[in-house]
Design a protein around this ligand. Structure first.
Ligand SMILES: N[C@@H](CCC(=O)N[C@@H](CS)C(=O)NCC(=O)O)C(=O)O
Length: 176
């Protein structure tokens, strides 16, 4: 299995964390997003976005890749066992842009929006699947954008950081 990856990409981070949680052996092909190779555009047209997983077939889109990995390697599970809770976890990830992404990127562009206030409203700690999908941006908000996390979110992140998969991502972000 191969992951086409970029250290700075939080969507790739979702997949890095999922792979680490599952303990799946894989090869990492790091690409320079500032000089995207033509083969990547051909692999994932038209944008050449990362992440892309190659598991004998080509799979882009972090949310889909996470779900695939969770089915392919069921233990340990990222999604809850209960169908209703699974659906709610998926819904949270599906609404990532409204719940956090749009505000994160607006703040990063220099808009005067209340990213800390948005973080305050996050539904975290309900499933590992959704937590893995959100945590790359929360780490970056804290460590790259200098946002002071609301107490509840800081406590959630501190607990997640006990996991080697998340601690490794924090280290990657330190190197950006
Ligand atoms: N919806 C995609 C978004 C991936 C994405 O936006 N990746 C960024 C890097 S963080 C990228 O490759 N952007 C290049 C582009 O949009 O042309 C996913 O969840 O995997």
């Amino acid at each position: 299995m191969k992951l086409i990856d970029a250290a700075r990409c939080p969507y790739c981070a979702r997949v890095r964390i999922a792979l680490a949680e599952k303990g799946v052996d894989h090869e990492v092909v790091a690409v320079d997003l500032g000089d995207r190779p033509q083969w990547l555009i051909e692999l994932n047209p038209p944008s050449g976005r990362v992440p892309v997983l190659d598991d004998g077939f080509v799979l882009p889109e972090s949310e889909v890749i996470m779900a695939y990995l969770d089915e392919r390697y069921p233990e340990p599970s990222l999604l809850p066992a209960d169908p209703g809770e699974r659906a709610r976890a998926r819904l949270l990830v599906h609404r990532f842009d409204e719940n956090l992404g749009a505000d994160y990127y607006a703040f990063r562009r220099g808009d005067d929006n209340d990213l800390a206030g948005k973080l305050e409203t996050l539904e975290v700690g309900q499933s590992l699947f959704a937590d893995v999908a959100y945590v790359p941006w929360v780490i970056r908000a804290r460590d790259l954008l200098g946002v002071e996390l609301p107490e509840r979110v800081a406590a959630w992140l501190a607990e997640l950081e006990q996991r080697p998969s998340i601690a490794a991502e924090v280290e990657i972000v330190k190197g950006l």
